[in-house]
Design a binder for this molecule. Structure first.
Ligand code: NAD
Length: 424
């Protein structure tokens, strides 16, 4: 295994942009790739910054700032989420747009990478103000986005309703109903069945395959999941239904713990009843203890940067599957590598979301919806294809899973850039 030297350990936490560029450089060292392609991939193709004047409910006017970073489209239209959060910055959008490029390439989807957002605390806006902001954002981005060009999706602070407003505003401006301009919409206007549960389902599929890879029967596996929201609860419930023993799950208040196994269906998810995990539990522990439980599989599926230099030495799981984006810091990851604890990276494990977004886009273009069953079957086969391609690189090149996933992404991006060339 390639263990990073101490010099490679960087100060934490690192920005999304720094992480994306460092991972690119790291993957390039494992490949024969034209350095000019690597140089191109270090920069976004375009970043748009817009001002969004919005009338508040009291009649006053406030101007918000929005961004859309489009990183690379060599393999297809730009694709990525749109977040409403006070911490949104141009650099964060660029970094996250690069992560999306790696994610779509690992999954071999015909998309590139993008990310956007508005600097706003959505909790401070009324429903009507959020709608006006969204419609104005769609108006300002109308020349930048489009079903064949750039396709936003929900992210932090945005949801299916936001996507519906965005799609409607864009469609009105275009003079035709254009469902394929965004994904993650309500199914009545072209959204896909199974989109909401898809990231959690892909985490469960990948965890199951990883257990198989390491000769651990799922029926004998113990699992802990941090975060009981869309990703964590769907992953926990599926693994439970497939025979694994889920011993602890948590929300922001703490964890429910039962070494004999929890009944995951009886614990309310974030959507069913927010932050209620500890309310229904017989025995509780805190989130720090959950991360350090001696189990087979640990799935951090809540927020970023929870495994760091502070606790990486105490992680007792045999395998970590990243459900959240970036739950392990660079230095935390180095420690887990030195300790030979395999980590299945986010860009593979939670990529079910963007994969079902691709299915949604296909359904929109063809004006024909798929059954929930078909979505799940196709997701299963796409996840297995990606899993096998990454595992092949792990075996053939003796790489860690994260490096193997980035190498696979870069191989595909390098080949596409090589075939298309640079013009003019
Ligand atoms: P969510 O809001 O549905 O649920 C988050 C859960 O984490 C809640 O149970 C919350 O109580 C808990 N939580 C919040 N802060 C915590 C903390 N500090 N410690 C422990 N628990 C905490 O969110 P989600 O959609 O499940 O997303 C979780 C992660 O997965 C995020 O990193 C997100 O970016 C990533 N992700 C989400 C999707 C998606 O489509 N939902 C796709 C890919 C990746």
């Amino acid at each position: 295994m390639n263990v990073p030297t101490t010099e490679e350990r960087v100060e934490e936490p690192e920005t999304a942009l720094a992480t994306a560029r460092r991972q690119l450089d790291r993957a390039a060292t494992h490949l024969e790739i034209d350095p000019a392609v690597v140089e191109r991939l270090k920069h976004p193709a375009r970043v748009q910054r817009v001002s969004l004047p919005v009338e508040r409910d009291d009649g006053s006017l406030e101007v918000f700032t929005g961004y859309r970073a489009q990183h690379d489209s060599v393999r297809g239209p730009f694709k990525g989420g749109m977040r409403y959060h006070p911490g949104v910055t141009e650099d964060e959008c660029i970094g996250l747009s690069m992560w999306m490029t790696w994610k779509t390439a690992v999954m071999d989807l015909p998309f590139g990478g993008a990310k956007g957002g508005v600097v706003v605390d959505p909790k401070e806006l009324s429903h009507e103000e959020t709608e006006r902001l969204t419609r104005r954002f769609a108006q300002e981005l109308r020349d930048t986005v489009g079903p064949m060009h750039d396709i936003p999706a929900p992210d932090m602070g945005t949801d299916a309703e936001t996507m519906g407003w965005f799609m409607d505003a864009y469609s009105v401006l275009q003079g035709e109903t254009t469902p394929g301009v965004v994904t993650g919409k309500p199914p009545v206007i072209g959204g896909s069945h199974g989109r909401e549960e898809a990231p959690g389902r892909s985490v469960a599929i990948v965890a199951r395959e990883a257990c198989g890879y390491y000769d651990l029967p799922l029926e004998e596996a113990t699992v802990t999941v941090q975060g009981y929201g869309s990703v964590g609860a769907n992953a926990a419930r599926l693994l439970d239904s497939w025979g694994a023993t889920v011993v602890a799950v948590s929300d922001v208040n703490g964890a429910a713990y039962d070494p004999e196994g929890l009944e995951t269906g009886a614990i309310p998810t974030h959507e069913e009843e927010p932050e209620a995990v500890t309310k229904v539990a017989d025995r509780t522990i805190d989130n720090g203890e959950l991360l350090e439980l001696d189990v087979d599989v640990l799935i951090p599926a809540a927020v970023g940067n929870v495994i760091t230099t502070r606790n990486a030495d105490a992680i007792a799981a045999d395998l970590v599957v990243e459900g959240a984006n970036g739950p392990i810091t660079v230095s935390g990851d180095s420690i887990l590598r030195e300790r030979d604890i395999p980590v299945i990276p986010d860009i593979l494990a939670n990529a079910g979301g963007v994969t079902v977004s691709y299915f949604e886009w296909l359904q929109d273009i063809n004006r024909r919806s798929w059954t929930h069953e078909r979505v799940n079957e196709e997701l299963e086969s796409e996840m297995l294809r990606a899993w096998n391609a990454v595992a092949e690189r792990v075996d053939e090149r003796d790489l860690a899973w994260r490096d193997a996933a980035y190498v696979l992404a870069l191989e595909r991006l390098g080949a596409a850039h090589g075939a298309r060339g640079l013009w003019p």
